[in-house]
Write a protein of this length. Structure first.
Length: 486
């Protein structure tokens, strides 16, 4: 087995035994990137010198006996998480040359743990999209089928992990942007509870929805990364003061006495692919055979989730993106001498079509005369969606649903049909609106050999229970051991 094929936990054991060095691990990953990047197109920025310097520092830590589970582990970072001295573009021309003067809190935590940051990976521009086709720089390809999308907006993170171009990655999830690409690329992805992981240094899209989380090759690695990045942060006013358990401690025991909720609205959703439905149904039966008890529950406001999200998220986006005006930082059209013309030209040329579309949607929803009819009404329905989950979790411990209605779709198939893309988030959006955690774990394959993910959702701060169920399912099925051929 090549070094880059190892999981984080496997690599940790070899580093701990000094069978291999962090520098050798990092060189192996860098060589792998060089071998497949021209086909996958996962990375925007790679700094080999910085990565190797961090690896050398990690080897010193290991030699001194000062080692964590992530020391010397090569990781990739979604390109909207600020990294000091390393370009952070949000996959947008408007921030093409932006180099942050500080690290996001999650990056501080990873560096403190001794992790090696290999580079920044591709995404939909400002995290707006579900296919990584909206990047201002390149289109990322799914390692399982290079003609298909890896999902989005964390498509670069998912593709890099799936193709062994890193051992793990950080992504962000505003409406499914960790879970959906994890599903399409056959890996594990976790969106934590809102407030569980600091958002300081995350370039904002929808401030009440965004959450940073890990994408990994298996569930244990996901738990290890959650251990490293979770916790309260005084720099983030939405960060919650709650102790962080050792998430690897949940990877034991059994599933007896666990009650699993099956939302009836998700089973009959429009556009649900037969292969996805079959794989998820089989997964539910497998979990039931391991001792869990399944009950039907109802989430009656599910049908409104997409409409609510595409009012609230663009409204928050148009406010957050107002700062990119060509004055403070980023791209500026210097040919325009008039201030208003400079604003217009800078934003028209700096932002891509999907970002402009969402800014317009948000501006309209917040405009005078429409605020009550759209944004306020959406906020009221959001409260109903949150209440639906609260009532459901009075009857069960976790919920099991599909992640996406279909397996990975062909690149270019929905380019001219944004509404179809929006509807593809039907199963993931509600968790962001309610602020609850959601996890995607591989549960099977389509008739065409494409990965399919099972979504596990739970009450606030129940990440441990999600990891426990996902780990037991993973051990029973072994889907995570299957790899794409590149």
């Amino acid at each position: 087995m090549n070094l880059y094929e190892l999981t984080i936990s496997q690599a940790h054991e070899r580093l701990k035994k000094k069978e291999i060095s962090a520098v050798e691990f990092t060189r192996s990953v860098l060589d792998r990137i060089q071998a497949v990047e021209d086909r996958v197109a996962a990375y925007i920025t790679i700094d080999e010198t910085m990565a190797l310097n961090q690896a050398e520092a990690a080897d010193c830590q290991i030699a001194e006996g000062n080692m964590t589970s992530l020391t010397g582990i090569p990781l990739a970072i979604k390109d909207l998480i600020c990294t000091k001295g390393l370009r952070t573009t949000c996959a947008s021309r408007i921030l093409e040359n932006f180099v942050p003067p500080y690290d996001a809190t999650v990056i501080d935590k990873l560096k403190a743990a001794g992790a090696v940051i290999v580079g920044k990976v591709n995404m939909d521009e400002f995290a707006m999209g579900s296919s990584t086709e909206n990047s201002g720089f390149k289109v990322t390809h799914n390692p399982w089928d290079l003609s298909r999308s890896p999902g989005g907006s964390s498509g670069g993170s998912a593709a890099a992990v799936s193709a062994d171009m890193c051992l793990g990655a950080l992504g962000s999830d505003t409406g499914g942007s960790i879970r959906q690409p994890a599903s399409h690329c056959g890996i594990v992805g976790l969106k934590p509870t809102y407030g569980r992981v600091s958002r300081y240094g995350l370039v904002a899209f929808g401030s009440s929805l965004d959450q940073i989380g890990p994408l990994t090759k298996d569930v244990r690695d996901c738990a290890l990364m959650m251990n490293a990045i979770s916790g309260h942060d005084s720099k983030d006013s939405t960060s919650v003061q709650q102790s962080v358990p050792d998430y690897t401690g949940f990877l034991s025991g059994d599933l007896r006495n666990m009650i699993v909720g099956i939302p009836r609205e998700y089973q009959s959703a429009q556009g649900l692919d037969t292969d996805v439905s079959t794989a998820v149904t089989t997964a539910i039966q497998t979990i039931e055979s391991m001792g869990a008890r399944c009950v039907e529950v109802s989430l009656p406001h599910t049908e409104y989730a997409v409409a609510v999200y595409y009012v609230i998220a663009p409204s928050e986006a148009c406010s957050n993106l107002a700062r990119y005006d060509g004055v403070k930082y980023g791209f500026r059209d210097r040919e325009k001498m008039d201030l208003l013309d400079m604003y217009r030209s800078t934003r028209s040329n700096g932002f891509g079509p999907e970002v402009q579309r969402r800014i317009l949607l948000g501006t309209f929803s917040l405009s005078s005369g429409y605020y009550d009819a759209y944004y306020q009404k959406a906020s009221q329905v959001r409260t109903r969606i949150m209440a639906d989950f609260k009532q459901a979790f009075e009857k069960c411990d976790v919920l099991l649903t599909p992640v996406a209605p279909t397996p990975a779709f062909p690149i270019g198939q929905n380019t001219d049909d944004p509404l179809t893309i929006y509807l593809s988030d039907i199963f993931t959006i509600s968790a962001n609106l309610a602020g609850i955690p959601g996890l995607s774990v591989p549960c099977g394959f389509s008739s065409g050999g494409l990965p399919i993910g099972l979504q596990i959702m739970g009450p606030h701060f129940s990440e441990g229970q999600l990891l426990k169920m996902a780990w037991h399912f993973e051990q029973a099925t072994g889907f995570h051991d299957k790899k794409p051929r590149l």
